[in-house]
Write a protein that binds this ligand. Sequence first.
Ligand code: SAH
Length: 218
Amino acid sequence: MRSYEDTYQHKGLRRQLVNLLKEKGISDERVLDAINAIPRHFFLDSAFDKIAYEDRAFPIGEGQTISQPYTVAYQTQLLNVKKSDKVLEIGTGSVYQATILAELGAWVFTIERQKKLYELHKKYYFRNKYLNLKFFYGDGFEGLPTFGPFDKIIITAAAPFVPPKLVEQLKPGGIMVLPVDEGNSQRMLRITKTAEGSLIEEAFDQFSFVPMLTGRNG
Ligand code: SAH
């Protein structure tokens, strides 16, 4: 069950969450505005209504989770999304992260490997608002060669390595943000493809994601 009512209480909790994200170091005002604009509780079962604005991951079914707001804000900030950027997201899950990217004005292509989660897009609440968001069922390791190359690529599951086909689908000057496995946690990496096609890799903080798995499921 979902509830699509955005009350003053929800809005107040969302503002508190934005303040917390600022305290934790998120400084990009556009990212903070997007978090403030999108009702996160719309992406969760109504059982989570009272806690949807805690800075935590929550289950969304099929053993998957909606990412923690701090993680969503952190990855989005590193991605430096500009209006009309073509962005590929691996791991649609709840569609929350994809909606933040769409709110920032990007053309968003999001891939999910779990059939049941992919099918949730048919009931996507904002389907008439974010016409710049397209859903795909497939294996993120393959990317979307026919729709690429992309300005930005974001992986929202723990990648065992930097997927080579995704590097190929990144434009010169493009940026990919992904958590890469280091045992029990992952290191957030930002890979920038230079105009000449060489790669610059920067390492950031440790996070904990569900694994990026090969093939489709369902
Ligand atoms: N961005 C999501 C996070 C969901 S968790 C959100 O905002 O809610 C990560 C998601 O990645 C899961 O739904 C999982 O099924 C999916 N996933 C894992 N490996 C994948 C792959 N190879 N291709 C596409 N999706 C994948």
